[in-house]
Design a protein around this ligand. Sequence first.
Ligand code: GAR
Length: 219
Amino acid sequence: MAKLKIAVLISGRGSNLQALIDNFGPAVANSPIEIVLVLSNRPDAFGLTRAARAGIATTIVDHKAFADRTSFDAAMDQEIRAHGAELVVLAGFLRLLTDGFIAGWHDRLVNIHPALLPAFKGLKTHARALEAGVRFHGCTVHFVRPEMDTGPIIAQAAVPVRPEDDENSLGGRVLAAEHRLFPLALRLIAEGKVTVEGERAVIHDAAFAGSALFNPLGA
Ligand code: GAR
């Protein structure tokens, strides 16, 4: 089967990108995915180094070089299409995209968000989860729609919030879950197991673990 060609957009550290490289990079035999481009809006993003080390094409489209978001997004769009990408993956890409860009990649643009959407959209999700006192937090992979952090949910992972947690410990637990969830969700897409019906993503052939999660465990 032909590999699904993806472009990964980043702004920084790129630990999620690393998880994608580890699962789908050039060194991986029989990957259903080919990472054709890693694009960063920041020249100093460490993820660029990770991509270059793995032998993946990189490009920088620096938002500061553009007068407005429309021209910035158009430049990114051009790079992504020039590399033949079929799916755009936001992996810690921290710029808001224009409606025009998003429309051009309808159901072919996915994002990972560090919370269980629709709870805790936006930034500082771990601090807000602690503040709210929720017992579970987590991460979501979803198709992107114009309104920030909305769109059909493809997959979620829940992690427990522990009484002793601070932003760092909770964030680290969520990040470890992101590194498992993102490859899993992209693999489902690459294998043709995800469709969008109405505004819900439907997974064909999914496996489900357990019937319920409890936190804390009582008597
Ligand atoms: C990840 O936690 C990702 O979920 C989050 O940024 C981090 C990037 O880390 N994304 C957002 O907050 C998007 N609004 P990484 O560069 O190490 O993958």
